[in-house]
Design a protein around this ligand. Sequence first.
Ligand SMILES: *Cc1c(COP(=O)(O)O)cnc(C)c1O
Length: 435
Amino acid sequence: MADARRRVPRTDALLADPRLAAAVARLGREPVRSAVTAVQERVRSGELAPEEAADAAADALPPTAAALLPVLNATGVVVHTNLGRAPLSEAARAALADAAGCTDVEYDLATGRRARRGLGAVAALAEAVPGAEAVHAVNNNAAALVLAATALARGREIVLSRGEMVEIGDGFRLPDLLAATGARLREVGTTNRTHLADYRAAIGPRTGFLLKIHPSNFHTAGFVSSVPIAQLATLGVPVVHDIGSGLLRPHPVLPDEPDAATSLADGADLVTASADKLLGGPQAGLLLGRRETVERLRTHPLARALRVDKLTLAALEATLRGPDTPVEQALTATVAELAPRAEALAVRLRAVGLDAAAVASEARVGGGGAPEAVLDSAAVALPAALAAPLRTGRPAVVGRLHRDRLLLDLRTVPEAYDETLLAAVLAARPAPADA
Ligand SMILES: *Cc1c(COP(=O)(O)O)cnc(C)c1O
């Protein structure tokens, strides 16, 4: 025992290990010291050999200081809310990293004076939607609605169809959010049908604005009707349109999804949208519309509490100015592109004895919108027992269970990650039984 005690590796010797030195830079001294103390204890108790101590300490340390882990989204759900909605483009990731230090977010380097905050992102958004006289960005679409309701309808009425009283998820309901601002909701029409006359009858001196909310996460069919923006715009009161998923122009793959340019052209005074759904950018709320309306929101005291940070501004501008986003690529990939990738992966997995097959699959747009849209896709089908080890692997891989098989849908996996996906499956497979 005394012998073993003397062989416990010294702290400074362990901290000199390059992996542990790198971990100090990455995580700080405290967690690395704790890991070192823990392995020294295990050596002291005879559980670990002294020469295994550095390996064990390095293995015990997390890859980053944040607990969030990278996930490969193989669910086939393009905008997956629980997986962080839109994955950012390389351009947006680079812009975000560049802005992470000190940056000229609110400073004019030419004059050395204070400048309007986030001018680059604002300009990029305005250029992307020429029909908007002015634009502004806040924390998310919910914040955009709160700002609009507070600035334009506090103590007044928001006229809203009963068919558009939407719960957006996790128990949050847009009518509750709007009512929390001190605006009064004036519900019109019925769940399935609302007519122009219903809005007209509700309009009066207390009207703040008419609100149209896109039912992005559900679909009604049968005896239904709702009033388009172009008709609401004839009633002589401001019209606010929450389009939800953030398409700036019509999208060929999603013809039923509303977009900002069309809504403004049809006469909406203000459009609100999320930036991290179909636009494919960082979490933000976009406000586009008439100059006077947007300026009222931008200069309202509450705007300061909802403002976006420099990282968001950087990522938003790069998303708007950069090449196609991963969301756009996932929406527009063809089966002719996806199927050969699934086949190639299945062939390589079968070659090592795995029960793998390339299959046709149905991908979805997801929480971002278009609940009815099915995107034909291609997947690798594997034994369902691989789901858990893949989820807990590094990187984590999340697929979709379908008829007792685990499907890894390639529509949501960028092609550059095929080798990573393959390696993850190989690492997740059970150790071969000894012959
Ligand atoms: C997603 C969504 C919201 C909420 O947007 P966040 O950016 O998540 O705050 C509001 N309205 C509609 C119609 C939506 O689809």
